[in-house]
Design a protein. Structure first.
Length: 339
């Protein structure tokens, strides 16, 4: 089996490559990644010398690049993780989100059509369902809900999902889409809540919590997401959407406090800052479909997953210290300076 995984120098894609090479001994994986600020070759070090693995630096939105890789290798499956993924950055500068997340998806699907790929899988997000109110804990995101969006990021991901379904209906492209809740785990870029809080708390720096900290996210350990995608690409039905999440809702303040407790750091580090524009209130996935149809259930409880994650950041300081010492520092000052 030959698989193309795009965006795998980033957080979830890299974890997915590790998971797949470990689970399927006879699979060959090519990674296509343009190495934006979020992509890091250091992350792929554990597999770089594996002869089942190939890395190509390239942009998913560049037709020539993509088509030439498809010509070289006969891929059976294409899994698209490549994206601009940070909501705050999309509020600052939406353009690149539209290019990578929408046009990149189009180019990849055009190549899949041209070369007869058997399955195109789009890694989507629960943010395409908009948000849920805080005072209705009985409501959850289901696959049949209409698509909406609060940020340029989620609008770009929603557009990509619509395009994927259109390619299925119009051209018969064999597609699947997964929509997952918030992931956490090793190799997440320290601009996202959990690694940002871990890195800053370790340095006794103030911890920026947006608004009141009451917004709710539904956290899933990254390996559980990878296992779900593995199941969908093999057993999922063409043209179907699968929600992925583990009923693990927490307010942002709860998450920050759990991290502080593990690190034995004081809650006085918490600093409430101006809210994110258009900030979604609550995400909560109903994972009934993937459970019933494919037998998927999450295996890592939040208490265990957060400990594994914190331990990983403690043991791999060099990985994230390199990131936050460079250009990222300017990003942090720019984004949080006036809040
Ligand atoms: P990430 O930002 O950590 O990684 C994105 C990767 O894509 C990077 O390696 C980057 O270099 C690469 N990339 C960006 N633009 C590219 C381009 N034009 N061509 C080729 N490569 C490019 O993101 P992540 O958190 O690992 O998210 C991966 C996917 O999963 C995204 O599609 C995201 O929307 C989706 N998702 C993320 C979460 C989450 O909690 N992080 C949850 C649900 C869905
Ligand atoms: O739900 C899936 C989505 O989860 C993915 O599609 C996105 O790619 C991923 O980035 C994530 O989006 P969020 O916006 O939910 O994640 P983020 O880590 O940026 O923020 C989580 C919550 O924490 C959110 O309510 C905003 C808040 N927050 C975030 C940061 C970075 C803070 O309070 N302070 C911060 O400094």
């Amino acid at each position: 089996m030959k698989i193309l995984v795009t965006g795998a120098a980033g957080f979830i894609g890299s974890n997915f490559v590790f998971y797949m090479l470990d689970k399927h001994e006879d699979y060959k994986i090519t990674v296509l990644d343009s190495l934006t600020y979020a992509g890091n070759m250091e992350t792929l070090k554990p597999v770089i010398t594996d002869n089942r693995f190939r890395f190509v630096r390239g942009d998913v939105a560049k037709r020539d690049t993509v088509f030439s890789i498809f010509k070289e290798e006969e891929f059976d499956i294409v899994i698209n993780f490549a994206a601009e993924s940070h909501v705050d950055r999309s509020i600052e500068d939406p353009g690149v989100f539209l290019r990578t997340n929408i046009l990149g998806t189009q180019v990849l699907m055009d190549a899949c059509r041209e070369f007869g790929v058997k399955r195109y899988h789009q890694v989507g997000t629960d943010e395409v369902y908009g948000d849920l109110p805080l005072d209705r804990p009985d409501l959850f995101f289901t696959e049949d809900m209409s698509i909406t969006a609060s940020s340029p990021y989620s609008a770009s991901k929603a557009s990509a999902d619509l395009l994927v379904m259109a390619y299925h209906r119009t051209y018969g492209l064999p597609v699947t889409i997964s929509r997952c809740s918030n992931n956490y785990g090793p190799y997440q870029f320290p601009e996202k809540l959990i690694p940002l809080i871990i890195a800053r708390a370790l340095e006794d720096k103030e911890l920026p919590v947006y608004g009141t900290g009451e917004n709710v996210r539904d956290w899933l350990y990254v390996e559980d997401h990878c296992r779900a995608i593995d199941m969908i690409i093999h057993e999922g039905k063409e043209g179907e959407v699968y929600n992925i999440g583990g009923h693990n809702e927490k307010t942002n303040l709860e998450v920050v406090k759990v991290i502080l407790k593990h690190l034995n750091k004081p809650e006085s580090l918490i600093t409430f800052v101006g809210d994110r524009k258009g900030h979604d209130l609550r995400y909560a996935i109903d994972p009934e479909k993937i459970h019933k149809e494919l037998g998927w259930l999450p295996t890592t409880k939040f208490d265990d997953g957060i400990k594994l994650t914190i331990d990983w950041y403690l043991e791999n300081k060099k990985w994230w210290e390199n990131i936050i010492s460079g250009e990222y520092q300017q990003y942090y000052d720019h984004m949080y300076g006036g809040r």
